[in-house]
Design a protein around this ligand. Structure first.
Ligand SMILES: *Cc1c(COP(=O)(O)O)cnc(C)c1O
Length: 354
């Protein structure tokens, strides 16, 4: 039976990736051992690391100024590692959502934080474009896609200050000039792989400016020197990422996915706007192509709607626990058919209940 998976994270991955990944857990490359049983310093695993790194570089069109790392601790550890490695005295942050706010709270433990914009009062329903990055800050931190509320940055500032971006929920979903960033990080469990691994893409020249003594695991320079093998990495998650990135490359790259993602999200937003029973509360130009949030106009229909979509094998449509309502996370791997199916269910719901 087909299940339509709208989970926010961990979330849907391409079926063929799951199949290949499962196979490697049983028997890696017909070597008689599981992927989980071979050394992370073996030639087999070295090849996986090299291939995955090159796929990231190719798909994102990165030049040789950048290093690609596969670390642990989730995006959450990056909230700490970024200021630890890059903040001399002060950094600028955009407060565009709950994850952005968590990043700010961690940075405050290391130094001064200047918040250039906060959407908090307006329930994070839009992202300002009118902020100015001060010349004297060490870096500018932003969140490209706000997974919980469903907003997405469509433009990034033109600045000589290093831009640090949390791309956890929209990495590899759209074409950007990735070389405009000083550092990009993304935990794997949304658009890439299993939880427990974070991709970090860093422009090497922005490092080395800090005097503080950094604990080894938190030091990007040490990870670069060790090719992400300072300690045992998450071999399973890295291997599964490699499979997802191959899937993306075989489809034709990020720009193809971007088109599909635009098409899927447009269909869904159009339906929410058209349907009498639902509303989306995000400013139109800031709507996310990855996490589409919506609410019932009449709260007393919640039971009926929940019964209806659950009966149709739709999963993961609940809004974040802090927000309520609904959230359809429509990551790279979700098919147009699943999105169309959800739309049909919403239409049917309207026919019956309005
Ligand atoms: C999920 C998410 C995080 C948290 O990731 P963890 O791997 O759980 O630490 C951070 N930022 C954004 C934008 C997210 O979507």
């Amino acid at each position: 039976m087909k299940i339509h998976n709208f989970n926010a994270g961990p979330s849907i991955l391409p079926k063929q990736v799951i199949r290949k990944s499962a196979k490697a857990v049983i028997d890696y490359n017909q070597c008689g051992l599981s992927l989980l049983e071979i050394s992370h310093r073996s030639i087999d695993f070295e090849k996986i690391m090299e291939k995955t790194t090159n796929l990231v570089k190719r798909l994102m069109n990165l030049n040789k100024d950048y290093a690609v790392l596969f670390l642990q601790g989730g995006a959450t550890l990056q909230f700490t590692m970024v200021p630890y490695n890059l903040m001399k005295t002060e950094a600028a942050y955009l407060d565009t959502g709950i994850w952005a706010n968590n990043a700010i709270e961690e940075a405050k433990k290391i130094g001064k934080v200047r918040i250039l914009f906060s959407g908090r009062e307006k329930k994070y329903s839009y992202i300002s474009k009118n902020y100015k990055i001060p010349d004297e800050v060490d870096y500018f931190h932003c969140t490209s896609n706000n997974t919980i509320v469903g907003t997405q940055m469509k433009i990034f500032p033109n600045t000589s200050i290093p831009i640090i971006c949390d791309m956890s929920s929209d990495i590899f979903s759209r074409k950007l000039n990735f070389c405009q960033f000083g550092l990009i990080y993304a935990s794997a469990q949304k658009n890439i792989s299993s939880a427990g691994m974070t991709i970090v893409i860093v422009k090497k020249e922005i490092l080395r400016k800090i005097k503080r003594n950094i604990p080894s695991y938190l030091d990007y320079k040490i990870h670069i020197k060790n090719n992400s093998l300072l300690n045992t990495p998450n071999v399973f998650s890295i291997y599964t990422s490699m499979l997802t990135l191959e899937w993306i490359e075989n489809k034709g790259g990020i720009s193809i996915l971007e088109k599909e993602n635009q098409q899927k999200s447009k269909l869904l937003y159009d339906e929410i706007d058209r349907n009498n029973l639902f509303e989306n509360r995000i400013h139109k130009e800031d709507r996310s192509n990855m996490n589409v949030t919506f609410f019932l106009k009449k709260k007393n229909l919640k039971k009926d709607f929940d019964y209806m979509w659950k009966k149709e094998n739709i999963v993961g449509l609940e809004g974040h626990r802090s927000l309520g309502g609904y959230r359809a996370s429509i990551y790279n791997a979700i098919s147009l058919e699943s999105v169309q199916f959800l739309i049909e269910v919403m239409k049917e719901f309207e026919r019956i209940f309005s």
